[in-house]
Design a protein around this ligand. Structure first.
Ligand code: PMP
Length: 428
């Protein structure tokens, strides 16, 4: 395939945008080469600036669960745009989407809309700290909760010590309040809690990790966290920015039958517009301004375009009783197909999948946490990525990312993809 125009556009972008992109993973640093510039997208396909058609397995990193330019969403946005794009005043549609979200998700009474997943997680942590009167948080190595300071922390020298900043600009002062635990290791979490008795406000987790490839929680791990939180007056925060409205109507809480205290959303809830949200029971949400003392705000929060897109999306997901089964079946079909062709070609791999989140790790053995995810063979992944791109199949440009399956994909698209993987596997 020819990517001449994308390359030229990237060179131009690099002159005026740092690294040519507005979010780092788009820059192809992990896989080499230059990023593809999208011209438009429809259903399960991207059309790039060079006229190539790509089958899309990223789907804007999750939101396009029903496909790109989905008509009810586009119509809702266009209709709203004609009536004004932001007022900074309340509108009825905010209540409508809030009512719908509260009816779909277990264990929440109120929801507050923000503009990104980052804002949702940052605000959830502030609320947890305000509500419990404690400062420290536990997060898991390899989980991503957006780019706010408290989350840009890496493990310190020992398992029980504080984290250290993993970006310049994050202060030691912030880092000392974030403790790093190993995903799927309940003992490790228990030790951290013991070593920081009565200091931990919340544990924040991706209930299915999607930011170190897809990593499912082991049996009883989430339940173990729930029990530890109950016993130690700690709030459990589920970051459902990826899993919310994707794994089930009620997200991971519903899928695993575990209640979180605060739930964060993003991606699907905005139908592709910049939206995030966080939600909890009344006793916690009433702690937020203007009702309570914890401050949180946003000029564009709940703006009519974002709410229209989100409401149209959630209505579709709420009304289509088969959608989550269909997504699961399509992804399971893809899973089986990929496993077969990789095995037939003697490639060492592990595939992790939960519902419509799936990832391929080029290593054998279980992938259960950041350490095991990092063992994947990145050289093989790079060849795999570029090979697939050449066949018109677009997966995330990093081995640490999950593929998000859209309902717009047909079984023909899935078969094409499996054949493409067979071809590429022969070159690995
Ligand atoms: N949480 C999770 C689990 C995410 O995957 C992401 C983004 N990929 C975020 C939070 C941050 O969301 P945003 O990029 O919208 O700020």
């Amino acid at each position: 395939m020819n990517y001449k125009r994308s390359s030229a556009l990237f060179a131009q972008a690099e002159m005026v945008i740092p690294g040519g992109v507005n979010s780092p993973v788009r820059a192809f640093k992990a896989v080499g080469g230059t990023p593809i510039f999208v011209k438009e997208a429809k259903g399960g396909y991207l059309y790039d600036e060079d006229g190539n058609r790509l089958i899309d397995y990223i789907n804007s990193w999750g939101p396009m669960i029903l496909g790109h330019a989905y008509k009810p969403v586009v119509d809702a946005v266009v209709d709203k745009a004609k009536k004004g794009t932001s007022f900074g005043m309340p509108t009825e549609i905010e209540t409508k989407i809030a009512e719908l979200a509260v009816s779909m998700v277990p264990n929440i009474d109120k929801i507050r809309f923000v503009n990104s997943g980052t804002e949702a997680c940052m605000s959830a942590v502030r609320l947890a700290r305000g509500f419990t009167g404690k400062d420290k948080i536990i997060k898991f190595a390899g989980c991503y909760h957006g780019h706010s300071d408290s989350f840009l922390i890496q493990a310190g020298s020992g398992a029980i010590t504080f984290g250290t900043p993993n970006s310049p600009g994050v202060t030691q002062g912030t880092a000392k309040d974030t403790l790093l635990a190993r995903y799927n290791d309940i003992e490790n979490v228990s030790q951290l809690i013991e070593a920081n008795k009565d200091e931990i406000a919340c544990i924040i987790i991706e209930p299915v990790a999607g930011n170190m490839g897809c990593i499912p929680p082991k049996n009883e791990f989430l339940k173990g966290l729930r029990d530890l939180c109950n016993a130690n007056n700690i709030l459990l925060v589920f970051d459902e920015v990826m899993t919310g409205f994707r794994l089930a109507r009620g997200g991971a809480q519903e899928l695993f039958n575990i209640n979180a205290d605060i739930v964060c959303f993003g991606k699907v809830i905005g139908g592709g517009l910049p939206v995030g949200a966080f939600a909890a029971r009344n006793e916690i949400m009433n702690y937020l301004a203007p009702l309570g003392p914890v401050y949180q705000a946003g000029t564009l929060s709940g703006n009519p375009l974002a709410m229209a897109a989100g409401l149209a999306m959630l209505n579709e997901l709420n009304n289509d009783v088969e959608i989550f089964n269909r997504l699961e079946e399509k992804t399971a079909y893809l899973h089986e197909g990929i496993a077969k062709v990789l095995s037939d070609n003697n490639i060492v791999y592990t595939i992790n999948r939960v519902g419509s989140m799936i990832s391929v790790h080029f290593d054998e053995g279980e992938v259960v946490d950041f350490e095991t995810a990092a063992k994947g063979n990145n050289e093989t992944f790079k060849k795999f990525f570029h090979g697939l791109l050449n066949e018109g199949v677009y997966i995330a440009p990093s081995a640490f990312e999950t593929w998000f399956i859209t309902d717009a994909l047909t079984y023909k698209d899935l078969d094409y993809t499996i054949e493409a993987i067979d071809k590429v596997a022969k070159t690995l």
